[in-house]
Design a protein. Structure first.
Length: 272
């Protein structure tokens, strides 16, 4: 079975559409979108457009979700504040300003729990297996990593799933994906990532502030809320400067000094 891991960003959208055009084969049985519940509205609008193409191509898009990562985070904050207790939630890679002034980054668990594990669970379900039942089939999972992001490639940790990176096979960069979409008259997808992902570079934060004020307001709100968490020794922030997000100088002239943190994102499941 061939399956597409669909993030609904530029690369995985191109991958999905190329499969629909028959430019990459064999034809996938379906595509899986693991929803964290915290994507910008424009990502969900784009996903709805992709569903119209799914019907045309005969490649169903299946959505799966563990829970809403934002709601889980706010529940953890409320428990810390009101009950002086802690409940577990998957770590988001917040930046931590320690008491000695040093800055560290939290271990990342969100991609694994809200993306990777949910996709595996859904594939098992589509194959007709119950939890903990041994899978006998072999599945090839297509992941939308492009040739210029080859450092994101990771092998599958699930023995019955083999990862495949068709865009890398074709030597196709992110820019090549843009060109392919434009040649075929398709819209350019937004970047698929959680609104409050600390891996946003300054360019993306600035674009959000200018073009998506609703998401920006949401990110600023969460940035202040997370500093109520008492379980950490230092203060946590969404921005690598360890300043409140609405106080960060997002000077356009400085943007090229920062790397896109998504290039270091585990398993290549976000931002594609």
């Amino acid at each position: 079975m061939e399956v597409i891991s669909l993030g609904a960003g530029v690369q995985s959208t191109t991958l999905f559409l190329m499969a629909g055009h028959g430019e990459i084969g064999p034809k996938p049985a379906f595509a899986v979108f693991a929803d964290t519940g915290w994507e910008p509205k424009k990502v969900y609008r784009h996903l709805n457009w992709l569903r119209t193409k799914a019907d045309e191509f005969g490649i169903p898009i299946i959505e799966t979700q563990k829970s809403n990562i934002r709601d889980d985070l706010l529940a953890a904050i409320e428990t810390d504040v009101k009950f002086a207790d802690t409940i577990r939630f998957a770590n988001i890679p917040f930046f931590v300003k320690n008491k000695d002034g040093t800055v560290s980054i939290m271990k990342r668990q969100c991609t694994k729990e809200y993306k990777i594990e949910q996709i595996v669970r859904e594939i098992r379900h589509q194959l007709g297996y119950r939890p903990r039942q041994r899978v006998k089939e072999q599945v090839t999972e297509w992941i939308g990593i492009s040739a210029d992001e080859i450092q994101r490639i990771k092998p599958s940790r699930v023995p019955w799933i083999t990862h495949r990176w068709p865009l890398v096979e074709l030597g196709m960069s992110r820019g090549g994906c843009y060109s392919w979409l434009q040649r075929h008259g398709y819209p350019i997808p937004p970047k698929s990532s959680c609104i409050g992902c600390p891996f946003h570079d300054d360019r993306l934060w600035l674009e959000m502030k200018r073009d998506d004020p609703e998401s920006w307001k949401e990110a600023v709100f969460i940035d202040y809320e997370i500093r109520k968490l008492k379980r950490f020794r230092g203060q946590v922030f969404l921005h690598r400067s360890c300043l409140p997000l609405d106080q960060v100088d997002l000077n356009e002239n400085q943007l090229d000094l920062f790397d896109d943190g998504f290039l270091n994102e585990c398993e290549g499941m976000c931002g594609v």
